[in-house]
Design a protein around this ligand. Structure first.
Ligand code: MN
Length: 426
């Protein structure tokens, strides 16, 4: 099982990399996330790195793997992944014989370019955030906020992989067709209702053959790890285009990922029960297992931060808009998404990406999008410097952060995903 604890999770374990032992560090030795990097400004091929403290370890140079192909690494069996994790942990642990050799393989994370962490073939965005689905549904369909299928089917749509970028990117405000409710015809122009969605990204490890569904019992073995995902959304374009086939150009212009894949193994101490309240339908058998009920959910604290260009120019730090938790927000687990995605025989491949859907908490102040925080743009939020926002403006930098904290475990983090809105092309 990928969610079993072993020696790599021991809270007493410390690294010979000093920054990894700081209390608030996202990347202690208990985490060991994978990413792809090259030296800043170089045209080198990307290499696989492991984050440790504020450093990145060049993995292939350790001799533990013979590839710099992240997707090949992701395709390994859970047993192979666990063995690799154990070897990396042993090499980075205090007292390791590898310290002298591996010290030369470290670089400061600030000195490298971090890329999208793997080649993403296909991207599916789900809609597991039931509080988000309800709040958004209330705005569009007050009489029936949740569609009748919501509590039975993990709803999703096929997203666009080519426009997925990595934290630190700038993207242009999209243009598109919009139609005001009182207008007789649509117009084309820059979106006026540009929003973010706070999501987790689940990256697929081993795939399945076409025509061979992955059972819920096996689903976790096909999950490689988790990133933060910012699903940029043009609400005015979306409102006009989304019926009858769902989001299209309102989403496909940009999606941003955090650079480090936190593995399912690293998340083992931070699993939670999957529960359904009284009166809620129980999942159909292909979406139900004892293991999923016992520990199918993830306990990750999620935050959203905003810094406007005026704040940046005034030297003011980003302000936190919201903080919530993934367990309470998600109606379906990652394993259920894998089982559902493949129940029809659809094949998944290493490096495929699933978005969780917007993970809004039950309370209004835990909302994972501006659409919810501002009640559809009707109630602007006030920022510390006196600025107001209904939707994102040019120059805004939006950052998502995620971390896991539990008694008896060392805190680990997902790092952050940050991106800045540039003006539309003229
Ligand atoms: Mn989304």
């Amino acid at each position: 099982m990928t969610n079993a604890r072993d020696l790599t999770h021991d809270p007493k374990l410390r690294s010979w990399v000093p920054s990894a032992n700081q209390a608030d560090c996202d990347f202690p030795i208990q985490n060991l996330p994978f990413g792809r990097f090259r030296p800043h400004g170089s045209a080198d091929a990307l290499r696989i790195g492991v984050a440790i403290g504020d450093q990145v370890l060049e993995l292939k140079a350790t001799g533990l793997v013979d590839t710099d192909d992240m997707n090949a690494l992701m395709a390994r069996t859970p047993a192979e992944r666990q063995a690799l994790r154990a070897a990396i942990s042993a090499g980075l642990a205090e007292g390791s014989a590898e310290q002298a050799a591996w010290s030369a393989l470290l670089r400061p994370q600030s000195g490298v370019e971090l890329a999208v962490p793997c080649r993403i073939g296909d991207y599916t965005d789900f809609y597991t955030g039931i509080h988000h689905a309800t709040a958004v549904g209330l705005l569009f369909r007050p009489d029936q906020p949740l569609m009748p299928n919501y509590k039975w089917v993990p709803i999703g749509y096929h997203g666009r992989a080519s426009s997925i970028g990595v934290s630190g990117q700038h993207f242009r405000r999209p243009q598109g067709q919009t139609k005001a409710p009182d207008a007789s015809a649509p117009t084309v122009g820059p979106s006026k209702r540009l929003d973010y969605e706070l999501e987790l990204g689940f990256l697929i490890g081993r795939g399945n053959a076409l025509g061979e569904p992955i059972s819920i019992e096996e689903a976790e073995q096909h999950l490689f790890g988790v990133t933060l995902l910012s699903d940029w959304s043009a609400r005015d374009i979306q409102a006009w285009e989304y019926q009858p086939l769902g989001p299209f150009l309102s989403k496909s212009f940009a999606t941003t990922l955090s650079p480090w894949i936190v593995t399912m193994e690293a998340l083992a101490p931070f699993r939670a029960k999957f529960t359904r309240g009284a009166g809620e339908p129980q999942p159909l058998p292909y979406l139900d297992s004892a293991a999923n009920r016992e520990s199918g959910a993830l306990d990750i604290t999620l935050e959203v931060w905003l810094q406007t260009s005026a704040m940046r120019e005034a030297g003011q730090p980003a302000v936190r808009l919201t903080r919530g938790n993934s367990t309470q927000a998600a109606y379906w687990t990652a394993a259920q998404l894998v089982a559902h995605h493949t129940v029809n025989g659809c094949n998944l491949q290493p490096g495929d990406l699933f978005g969780s859907g917007t993970l809004s908490g039950a309370k209004p102040e835990e909302a994972g999008s501006l659409l919810e925080l501002t009640k559809g743009g009707k109630e602007p939020i006030e920022l510390p410097g006196g600025e107001r926002r209904t939707f994102l403006e040019d120059g805004d930098t939006l950052t998502l952060r995620g971390y896991c904290e539990r008694d008896g475990a060392v805190r680990i983090g997902l790092g952050e995903v940050s991106a800045t809105v540039d003006p539309s092309p003229r």
